[in-house]
Design a protein around this ligand. Structure first.
Ligand code: BG6
Length: 655
């Protein structure tokens, strides 16, 4: 029989009883009446309490301008936790115990008297709960208050005492290099670097932390992790949401500041850094810093060559009316804003390991899907040995880290199709977090609070890291400030601006769009497909973007591709250029040439910018043969659309 420890490990159950609770402390939250506190901090504290990971010797002292009392603060938090807790069931006993340890003092951050009151209150609470004189300051405020808060805490004598003092600072840490340097000077004027914990909530994500575990606990990957075997790396952070009413903040930020310089660079550092000597916080952070310092700082010309930006436009309904506003029509956004809501870049990491390996980053708002993925594409195997077989080309091996919302890791490779002949099909092996571990019910902030209370800074950014990230980002900001932007340049709900596809196409590559079975099932042709069929289609799809007016199919050409229109409109034209029909999202086209092996029978042109999936003839034929129901559906499309009868037997006969 398996012993308990083994069962626990293999089912992935976390064993909270095996972990120590947080260290005793009074946590002072500046900005306690704000969004972050109710959405993330308090739910995280509640999760820790539910899992027995919050010390009994804990009290929270909230402060902000809002004129609340301890009672009304507790009431407000109690109403909010019902909305924002992340567990399946709410446990009122745990909550009551927790909320009774919450206290509140109102005040303005520039009022010195507030800090005297806080000092006295911390002392009192420390005596009540036995917090060993440890104080954690959580600055959940706008960055412009960081310096002032640090000064006032210092003046109020908070540094004195026998316990530890730690300061958690929320992002954004600066808005450019200069402000980040200033902020570091201000914060470090009274505290040591090892007392400052700069939050980047991506480091709280299990799938991001797992990048390190994956790289350094599995011996088979590290030997391949370099320019000799890796062709390129792609980081993709797509958000389906728009600015969600945060126009005021976002318009002075943009995606480079909001996502790339911090969250994406953190993931980049984990994925590409050198092997640290240990898992000690500074051993890891030293390597991260070195990696960020190795990102090439572009001159203005290089920015033009390697970086593109975008801004979303409105969504139009069928009558051409605005259904949803574009970015410039959002609340609190300048109607002539030049702020980018999308960016894509090719970075160069100028070090021994990565010299010459393109690292592509892209992120944007109001895109077709929410999905964060990292794709490591390996160099292709030599194709030459397949000469004389029916194998026409090899796909590269890929390692995919699915960060969110789907969480998993996937390896893509090719396998022989069962049968007497040598034929290959791209296939994959996938590890899904949900299959191996209990689903994570954490917000990501639990581990931050927990680590900080134990003095473990691994998951927090360091002053030099933040500065290195700004040094790499600053040339982009400088260049964009003085160059015109042709905005808006992508439609809401699309894959992003065409310039991003062109950026990577210049290098002879394309973005790897991660599609799921759920997405594919929204296409009528695939809606009844079983898992095996959908997987075969997903593995074979390539992405392509075209601009409005581009000719996609030319009459008379020999067809090699089937197109699936993910978004946009195309028109099928007759010989004299009259529009025969218009195809829209979810439609396929190009099937006749493939089904009948005849030249293309009509021109197809993009009426709008379009996002397309492309299926090559070899894959199309194979999928048709293996999936008779799909063959029937495609036949039906041909019949309905062009009144063409395709012989079913001929279609699925083995070749
Ligand atoms: C925040 C940004 O830091 O991260 C937001 O300010 C963004 O604009 C968010 O939406 C994304 O975080 P997540 O965890 O949803 O990927």
């Amino acid at each position: 029989m398996l012993d308990d420890a083994f069962v626990l490990r293999t089912t992935g159950a976390d064993a909270p009883e095996a972990s120590l609770p947080t260290q005793p402390c009074v946590m002072v939250v500046f900005g306690a009446s704000g969004d972050l506190t109710k959405r993330l901090l308090v739910p995280a504290l509640y999760n820790l309490a539910c899992d027995g990971l919050l010390s009994e010797h804990f009290a929270l002292l909230g402060t902000a301008m809002d004129p609340l009392t301890t009672e009304s603060f507790r009431e407000r938090m109690t109403a909010d936790i019902k909305k924002f807790h992340t567990r399946q069931e709410f446990d009122p006993r745990v909550w009551d115990d927790l909320v009774n340890r919450f206290h509140y003092v109102p005040g303005a951050f520039d009022d010195k008297a507030l800090f005297q009151t806080l000092r006295a209150e911390v002392k009192r609470l420390d005596a009540v709960v036995g917090a060993a004189d440890n104080v954690l300051f959580y600055l959940a405020t706008a960055p412009r208050f960081f310096g002032l808060l640090c000064d006032n805490l210092n003046e109020a004598g908070f540094k004195d005492g026998s316990g530890w003092r730690r300061v958690i600072v929320e992002k954004p840490f600066g808005t450019d290099l200069e402000s980040a340097l200033k902020l570091n000077r201000e914060v470090l004027a009274h505290w040591h670097e090892n007392q400052i914990y700069r939050v980047d909530h991506y480091l709280g994500k299990e799938t991001v932390q797992n990048l390190l575990a994956f790289r350094f606990s599995n011996g088979m990957f590290e030997p391949l992790w370099n320019k000799n075997y890796i062709d390129n790396i792609q980081f993709n952070v797509s958000e389906a949401v728009d600015v969600q009413g945060r126009g005021g903040y976002y318009d002075s930020s943009g995606v480079l500041r909001d996502m790339m310089q911090n969250h994406m660079f953190q993931m980049l550092a984990y994925l590409c850094m050198e092997v640290p000597g240990s898992f000690e916080p500074d051993a890891i952070r030293n390597e991260k810093a070195k990696l960020l310092q190795a990102i090439r700082r572009y001159d203005a010309q290089e920015v033009g060559r390697y970086v593109v930006r975008g801004q979303y436009g409105p969504q139009l309904d069928a009558d051409g009316k605005i259904a949803k506003p574009g970015y410039r029509g959002e609340k609190d956004v300048n109607p002539r804003s030049k702020t980018e809501t999308y960016a894509a870049a090719r970075l160069h990491i100028d070090n021994w390991r990565w010299e010459g390996v393109p690292v592509y980053l892209r992120s944007g708002k109001a895109l077709w899907k929410r999905g964060t993925e990292i794709i490591v594409e390996f160099k292709k195997a030599p194709e030459v040995i397949f000469r004389g077989t029916s194998v026409t080309g090899l796909s590269p091996n890929r390692l995919l880290f699915h960060i969110q919302p789907y969480q998993g890791i996937e390896v893509q490779f090719q396998a022989k199709i069962p049968g007497p002949r040598m034929q290959l099909q791209p296939v994959n092996m996938r590890f899904a977090y949900g299959d191996a571990f209990k689903a994570s019910r954490y917000t990501g902030y639990e581990v931050m609070i927990y680590s900080c209370s134990h003095g473990d800074a691994t998951l927090f950014s360091r002053g030099d890291l933040v500065e290195a990230a700004w040094r790499a980002a600053q040339p982009l900001l400088d260049s964009w400030a003085v160059t015109p932007a042709e905005f808006p340049n992508y439609a809401r709900g699309s894959w992003g601006p065409k310039v991003a596809a062109d950026l990577i196409a210049k290098d002879g590559r394309r973005w790897h769009e991660v599609v799921t079975g759920e997405v594919l099932k929204t296409v009528p042709l695939f809606k009844d497909g079983d898992a095996l069929f959908l997987e075969a289609v997903i593995m074979a799809l390539r992405s392509r973007q075209v601009a409005s007016g581009d000719l996609i199919i030319k009459k008379g050409d020999v067809g090699r591709e089937l197109y699936l229109l993910a978004r946009g409109e195309v028109e099928v034209l007759d010989d004299v250029g009259n529009v025969l029909k218009i195809l829209r999202d979810g439609d396929i086209f190009g099937e006749i040439g493939l089904l009948m092996s005849t030249p293309r029978t009509a021109d197809v042109r993009a009426r709008t910018s379009c996002d397309l999936f492309v299926l090559d003839k070899a894959d199309f034929s194979r999928i048709l043969r293996d999936n008779p129901q799909f063959a029937k559906a495609v036949q039906q499309v041909a019949k309905d659309r062009y009144d063409v009868n395709v012989n079913h037997q001929a279609l699925i006969a083995p070749r």
